[in-house]
Write a protein that binds this ligand. Structure first.
Ligand code: NAD
Ligand code: TYD
Length: 400
């Protein structure tokens, strides 16, 4: 098996080996973050972060979660309603609206946490092409602010001076950065491994890669207990309608034109959000210090076939689909090797066809959720992103 402790190591994979003390093999000793710990979940009101919060609190194992979320256009308190409406879970949950790039917001929250899980990011490639500024502030400055806070708490713990509100001694906080397969760039054939060079091609992916490199630098320089996960394209309920699957489902429900970029033969590896959240939790608790873990879905599909599947589920015609001018620098394919996360004991549980059908049904049955998200700011974004493209569109070729 590949050596797991590699964040910062070598060409682009990760963190330098040896910089962070012994590489604890997966499964050695107890979990790094036990049930009942207090987690700081940054970006926990978004799509994947809120699934993580719902699933972890739903286990009712005593874990406490504080969410720090800026509530950008993509953050949505409604994603946390299931938690806040359940008294037992609500008692173990707190929400703070704030920015990970703001040390005044971050420092006291990290001081009280056993571990930090960072989902916070601007997450849409198309918006990063229109304006990358916020991607860089959150993805670079924000990650640095989190790492600095973790560094201070680590120093206190090493000096035996880190205590909780009841005066009990606390260890150094573990930091998990939620990253993406997009840091490897377009993969024409084969699959990316954790030690491969980072070769991002969109401003979104470059900001995420910068975050990974910073995490590696803090591992190498300050010996922090860090873990990185790199997940595949994720789908499921509560995803903002700007992304492919919810965009197609909601436009199809409304019988609106569906924009398919270029030839629609770009390939993505689809991962259900519950499987992604489970992999992140496993890596948080059992990942090696400095470990990087790819999280593939194992279900590679061409965009055109995904769109056809959604239309079939909703009983809508292919004639809604329009071929529009392609995304600049569009990555043709992503694919990752998942051997490391599998060695920790993770397997995806949701089969793509069943997961896609359930997701489409969720959008059909939860119109109030997505219609509230498609507000006037959405209309302005949609016009900017798709107005000219749809005007220049042609009939899209049907899948075989
Ligand atoms: P999302 O856009 O739905 O949610 C992002 C959340 O972060 C939102 O709640 C937003 O309000 C919050 N946020 C943004 N900037 C912030 C800041 N400066 N301070 C505090 N909160 C801030 O994104 P998502 O799809 O849930 O993705 C979550 C993470 O997973 C991201 O880091 C993303 O790069 C990564 N990821 C996503 C996918 C995918 O397919 N969606 C795949 C792999 C990895
Ligand atoms: P997206 O959901 O934006 O994820 P990512 O770009 O991070 O992979 O897009 C998934 C794929 O779908 C990608 O190849 C771009 C394509 N796409 C369209 O063809 N039309 C659209 O309107 C959108 C949003 C995406």
């Amino acid at each position: 098996m590949t050596e797991p402790s590699d964040v910062g190591a070598g060409a682009g994979g990760g963190v330098p080996p040896g910089a962070g003390g012994p590489a604890v093999p997966p499964g050695a000793g107890g979990p790094a973050v036990p049930p009942g710990a207090h987690l700081l979940v940054c970006g926990g009101a978004g799509f994947i972060g809120s699934c993580y919060v719902r699933d972890v609190l739903g286990r009712r194992d005593g874990t406490r979660i504080t969410v720090l979320d800026k509530l950008t256009y993509a953050g949505n308190r409604a994603n946390l309603t299931p938690v806040e409406g359940d008294p037992e879970q609500a008692a173990r949950f707190a929400f703070v609206q704030g920015d990970i790039a703001d040390p005044a917001a971050v420092d006291p929250l990290v001081a009280a946490a056993d571990a930090v899980v960072d989902f916070a990011a601007e997450s849409h490639v198309d918006r990063s092409i229109l304006d990358p500024s916020a991607f860089l502030v959150t993805g670079v400055i924000g990650v640095r602010v989190l790492l600095e806070a973790v560094r201070r708490q680590t120093d206190l713990a090493r000096a035996g001076e880190r205590h909780d509100a009841d005066g009990r001694s606390m260890g150094a906080p573990r930091f998990l950065q939620v990253s993406t397969d997009e840091v490897y760039g377009s993969v024409e054939e084969g699959s990316s491994r954790e030690g491969d060079p980072l070769a991002p091609r969109s401003p979104y992916a470059a900001a995420k890669a910068a975050g990974d490199l910073l995490v590696g630098a803090y591992r190498a320089t300050h010996d922090l207990d860090v873990v990185i996960t790199r997940g595949a394209n994720t789908y499921g309920p509560y995803q903002h309608p700007e992304k492919l699957i919810p965009l197609v489902a909601t436009n199809a429900i409304d019988e609106e034109p569906i924009p398919l970029y270029g030839d629609g033969l770009q390939r993505r590896d689809w991962l259900h959000v519950a499987d992604h959240a489970a992999a992140i939790d496993l890596a948080l608790r059992h990942g090696a210090p400095g470990g990087v873990y790819n999280v593939p879905g194992g279900t590679e599909r061409a965009n055109r076939d995904v769109v056809a599947g959604i239309l079939a589920r909703l009983g809508r015609p292919w004639s809604l689909v329009r071929s529009v001018p392609d995304r600049p620098g569009h990555d043709r394919r992503y694919a990752m090797d998942g051997g490391r996360i599998a060695a920790l004991g993770w397997r995806p549980r949701v089969l793509f066809e069943a997961g896609l059908a359930a997701t489409v049904d969720w959008y059909r049955d939860n119109e109030a959720w997505w219609r509230a998200v498609r507000d006037s700011a959405w209309d302005a974004y949609y016009a900017r992103q798709y107005g000219d493209r749809l005007a220049a569109s042609t009939e899209a070729e049907r899948p075989a």
